[in-house]
Design a protein around this ligand. Structure first.
Ligand SMILES: [Zn+2]
Length: 225
C-alpha cells in the first residue's frame, strides 16, 4: 500500500500540475470516444498501450472480458454499456482479450474452479466459446486451445454485445463501430479482428481492421429493403 500512496503523491506533485488544464476541463464532464471492455487482469492496461489520456476511454473490466447477453435483470455490464452508448454517445466499442488469460484457462478446465463457484458461474456466460473451441479445434494442443479460447471468446462477446438494444440500433445504421482486439502481453502487440477477411490482423498503423457488421439501415441502403 505504501507504494500506492507514494505513487499518489508523485501524481499530485508531478503529473497533475503538468496536465492541470486537462483535469480542469474534465472536471466539467466527460466525452469519451470509446467504450473499452477488457479483462480485469493487472497486466492489461488499455490507457497505457493505447496511450490514451484521462477522459478518452470509458472502461468496463471483468474476468474474461465477458459481455452477458442483454437481459432486463439488473447487471453492471449491461447498465454500463447502455449508459456509454445512450448517455455518452461513444462512437467505438472495443472488446479486448489478452494472452495468458486466467479466465480462459478456467473456462477450458472448469474442474480447476471447484473452490470458486462464483467464478465458474460467471464464466458459464462464455459457454459458447468453450463449446465452439472444443468441437472445432480437435487437433489443437493445450497452448493452441488456450489461444483459440482467447480469440474466439472475443468474437462470441462481440455477438453478445449486439443483443443489447442500444448497440443493435446504432450498429444497424452505421453510427457505432465494433472492434475485437487481442493484446499480447509479452510483445506489446495488438491483433484486431477484420470482419471483411474473417481473421485477426496485427495492428501496425497501416490499416484499421474492424468487426462491425454491415450497416443495413444506413440511409443509402433503406431504399433497397
Ligand atoms: Zn484475462
Amino acid at each position: 500500500m505504501q507504494r500506492l500512496i507514494q505513487g499518489l503523491r508523485n501524481f499530485q506533485e508531478e503529473i497533475f500540475p503538468a496536465k492541470r488544464e486537462l483535469f480542469e476541463s474534465l472536471a466539467k464532464g466527460q466525452q469519451p470516444s470509446t467504450l473499452f471492455i477488457t479483462c480485469a487482469d493487472s497486466r492489461v492496461v488499455p490507457d497505457l498501450f493505447t496511450q490514451s489520456e484521462p477522459g478518452e476511454l470509458f472502461v468496463i473490466r471483468n474476468a474474461g472480458n465477458i459481455v452477458p447477453p442483454f437481459s432486463r435483470q439488473p447487471g453492471g455490464v449491461t447498465a454500463t454499456i447502455e449508459f456509454a452508448v445512450v448517455a455518452l454517445g461513444v462512437r467505438h466499442i472495443v472488446v479486448c482479450g489478452h494472452t495468458d488469460c486466467g479466465a480462459m484457462k478456467g473456462l477450458l478446465h472448469p474442474e480447476k474452479l471447484a473452490a470458486m463457484p462464483t467464478v465458474a458461474s460467471w464464466l458459464m456466460q462464455a459457454d459458447a466459446t468453450r463449446r465452439l473451441v472444443l468441437e472445432n479445434y480437435e487437433t489443437a494442443d493445450e497452448a493452441q486451445l488456450i489461444d483459440a479460447m482467447i480469440r474466439e471468446n472475443v468474437l462470441v462477446q462481440l455477438r453478445n454485445l449486439e443483443t443489447h438494444p442500444s448497440v443493435a440500433s446504432r450498429v444497424a445504421r452505421g453510427d457505432l463501430s465494433l472492434y475485437g482486439w487481442i493484446y499480447d502481453i509479452s510483445a506489446g502487440q495488438v491483433d484486431s479482428f477484420d470482419a471483411a477477411e474473417q481473421r485477426y490482423i496485427r495492428l501496425d498503423g497501416t490499416s484499421q481492421p474492424h468487426a462491425t457488421p454491415v450497416a443495413r439501415l444506413q440511409k443509402d441502403n433503406l431504399a433497397s429493403l
